[in-house]
Design a protein around this ligand. Structure first.
Ligand SMILES: *Cc1c(COP(=O)(O)O)cnc(C)c1O
Length: 366
């Protein structure tokens, strides 16, 4: 295969150790959703377990099955998505996953199915503090209490929220966390123990110097790609796409590259053609990454700069940065190698967030 996705295990292990240190006494749920953030669910989970992390968080019952089938028998697996779908709940309970309960419907369904299976459904309660997908309204603490009171087939082991603005607003985030604590207090005042209380993902772990409580749920820090800027985290980006230069040619002044002639040579240019494009995931992240930051003025400006003034995306060839020219194609990238030693067959590397690498690209751990 010409194109491969390379995952550097030593950097991954180093990131894991940094996360462990940062989390201190709080338990770590390694979030392995999205095929392990693109690293491959099972391989990523194995490396985490080999390095002392044995609690995982997923979003699909199939991921629970895959982990259990692969021998993760004694691992704790927290299902992050609340679901009221009966067959999903059945799979989760049968495989000893910890459910997330975010509504009365989900709780009633879990309680009923657990009863039928003559098992206890282990669960964490989710409170909606702004994400708006799953979770009890924090003002409906009475509903939450009723889980403890009436749902006798459910074992509540935790209480949490999914923060939606941690990367951009400390103020709202702190407020959301205290909303969670208010629910915790109401439960405790009524004599119920909510168990493991958690709220932090990677942004809070690395950017907020606050009490993390009982657990953290970490995904992006492991791949070294935080949504917040954090200079001295020590985390290293992992993952790159690797391809090879299949053509080296010269373009005359005035010749163009790509659809729409997005690049026109203002001087003779030596180009390298590499058979890898957005179909493989390259160049996609630049667009998608902005979801986190679109409303920050600084990033609006950088978006404008990219689209109007011409985005600069680089490829590394023989250790040197080469600017990509024109739009990245579905299956091709063209790079300026005028000042770089470059021959046909040379290896080209593309920095990429593993999340965006197409599953059609073969992964290799090095
Ligand atoms: C994905 C996810 C996380 C992990 O977030 P990162 O910022 O990638 O660490 C934590 N909690 C929930 C509920 C998630 O869905």
């Amino acid at each position: 295969m010409l194109n491969i996705f390379v995952i550097e295990k030593d950097k991954l292990v180093s990131n894991i150790n940094i996360v462990k240190k940062k989390a201190g006494n709080s338990k770590i749920y390694a979030v392995v959703k999205g095929d392990g953030y693109g690293l491959g669910l099972l391989r990523f989970a194995e490396i985490l377990r080999d390095n002392g992390i044995n609690a995982f968080a997923v979003t699909e019952p199939e991921e629970v099955l895959a982990l259990r089938d692969a021998g993760f028998k004694d691992s704790e697996i927290l299902m992050l998505r609340s679901t009221a779908i009966a067959d999903e709940i059945e799979t989760l309970i049968k495989n000893d996953a910890v459910l997330t309960l975010g509504s009365n419907d989900a709780a009633a369904a879990a309680n009923g199915i657990a009863g039928k299976l003559e098992k206890k459904a282990r669960a964490h309660i989710k409170i909606d503090t702004g994400m708006g997908r799953y979770g009890f309204n924090p003002n409906a603490a009475e509903s939450v209490k009723s889980l403890f009171e009436y749902m006798t087939n459910i074992e509540i082991e935790g209480l949490y929220t999914h923060l939606n603005r941690a990367y951009k607003s400390r103020k709202t985030t702190i407020k959301q966390i205290s909303t969670l604590f208010d629910v915790e207090k109401k439960l405790k005042d009524s004599g119920y123990s909510p168990g493991c209380v958690h709220f932090a993902g990677s942004s809070v772990l690395f950017k907020y110097n606050i009490d993390l409580r009982d657990a953290v749920r970490i995904g992006s820090a492991f791949v070294g790609r935080l949504a917040v800027r954090c200079k001295n985290s020590g985390l290293e980006k992992i993952g790159y796409l690797q391809s090879r230069v299949c053509e080296v040619r010269w373009l005359d002044k005035g010749q163009t590259v790509g659809y729409g002639s997005a690049y026109r040579a203002s001087r003779p240019v030596k180009i390298a053609v590499i058979p890898l494009g957005f179909r493989h995931g390259f160049g996609v992240s630049k667009i998608r990454d902005t979801y986190r930051i679109r409303d920050g003025l600084m990033y609006v400006l950088s978006d404008i700069k990219k689209t109007i003034l011409g985005e600069k995306i680089y490829v590394t060839i023989n250790g040197k940065k080469a600017r990509s020219l024109g739009h990245i194609g579905m299956l091709h990238t063209v790079a300026d190698v005028t000042k770089i030693q470059c021959e046909t067959g040379d290896i080209a590397r593309f920095d990429i967030n593993p999340l965006y690498v197409s599953e059609s690209v073969e992964k290799t751990y090095v």
